[in-house]
Design a protein around this ligand. Structure first.
Ligand code: PHE
Length: 340
């Protein structure tokens, strides 16, 4: 026993470990289940009580010594590796720096503003918390029109006369009440509807409204303007199609489709094999609306249209989930950092 203890003492004096793996090997060699010190403890059990006392003490001291070596060496190695990790490597290429970028909705909004600025349209913005008059009544909504229903509109609880505007058409009224024709404007802005949030609908989204009131404004002017819009936003070969529709504030009313920009009108799953996708509502401003704003419908006429910016953005950039626009996911937003 004495000899074996002496031998371990010698080995201990020369112990060295370069890394954690080596250190672990040392631990197993001495203290593991089949380690040499563990074996000596087994042998100890067979000795006489007198010897047990002497060698037991020595073995315990050895064990403590080894444990101490392992613990302190481990701390030393950990410290070293932490240091080496924080060292600055001046040759390393810099991390990619992401400057802030425009939100895709703003990119498309700006494109639409520029397209209309080229043909002499001004821009106006107005309030999002509206009264019933500007959002509904002046726009010729009958009192029992379903669009006033609680399902679509966010009413302010204490005053049902106040709503979060459900469309930018409210700005038509505000402009026509305060200006005389010729009126040639677009109104970009946020609108609100009480809908369940999903990939296809959201409680808020963005629209651009257009309004042109002057002498002799005709449906042909509307059609020309919208064709110019579609071909400027999408491809110059884009075709448009107007389908009869209904809005209380326009007569006649129409919905406009463009030839599907993904399959060039051949038919694909996106356009449900029709070759067309709907992008906006439009029509000639209803005489009642002009009257409500003190513009004489016998002298002036005009057109209006309203498009959803999200819809255009989805088409332009093949985005299929509306929620992406309001989640502020940097990985998504950075996709647009090089676009204008
Ligand atoms: N305000 C209508 C909507 O939100 C769109 C529209 C605007 C239709 C102007 C006709 C004229 O659906």
């Amino acid at each position: 026993m004495q000899e074996k203890i002496e031998k371990i003492k010698q080995e201990l004096a020369n112990l060295e470990a370069e890394n954690i793996t080596e250190l672990e090997k040392i631990r197993i060699y001495f203290l593991g289940k089949k380690g040499i010190l563990t074996a000596l403890f087994e042998e100890l059990k067979l000795l006489q009580p007198e010897e047990k006392k002497i060698y037991g003490k020595q073995l315990n001291e050895l064990k403590n010594q080894i444990q101490y070596f392992i613990n302190s060496k481990k701390r030393e190695l950990e410290l070293k590796s932490a240091e080496s990790q924080t060292k600055i490597d001046f040759t390393r290429p810099a991390d990619i720096f992401h400057p802030s970028s425009l939100h895709p909705i703003n990119i498309v909004k700006n494109r639409i503003i520029n397209i209309f600025a080229r043909i002499g349209f001004d821009i106006a913005e107005d309030i999002e918390i509206e009264d019933d008059w500007h959002n509904f009544t002046a726009l010729n909504f009958p009192t029992d029109h379903p669009a006033r229903d609680m399902q679509d509109t966010f009413f302010i609880e204490r005053d049902p006369d106040i709503v979060l505007r459900t469309h930018t058409s409210s700005v038509q009224i505000r402009i026509m009440e305060s200006q005389k024709p010729p009126i040639r404007y677009i109104f970009p802005g946020r609108v609100y509807r009480n809908e369940a949030i999903s990939s296809r609908s959201h409680v808020f989204f963005h629209q651009v409204e257009g309004l042109y009131i002057d002498y002799n404004v005709s449906f042909a002017d509307l059609k020309d303007t919208l064709e110019y819009l579609a071909q400027s936003l999408f491809d110059p070969s884009t075709k448009i199609r107007l389908r009869p529709s209904y809005f209380p504030f326009t007569e006649p009313s129409a919905e406009m489709d463009i030839s599907c920009n993904l399959c060039d009108g051949d038919g694909c799953s996106f356009c449900k094999n029709t070759g067309w996708v709907e992008i906006l509502g439009c029509g000639m401003v209803h005489p009642n609306v002009l009257n409500n704003c003190n513009i004489d419908p016998n002298i002036f006429s005009g057109f209006a249209f309203g498009l959803g910016i999200e819809r255009i953005t989805n088409l332009l950039f093949s985005i299929n989930d509306l929620r992406l626009f309001s989640e502020n996911d940097l990985n998504f937003l950075h996709l647009f950092s090089t676009l204008e």
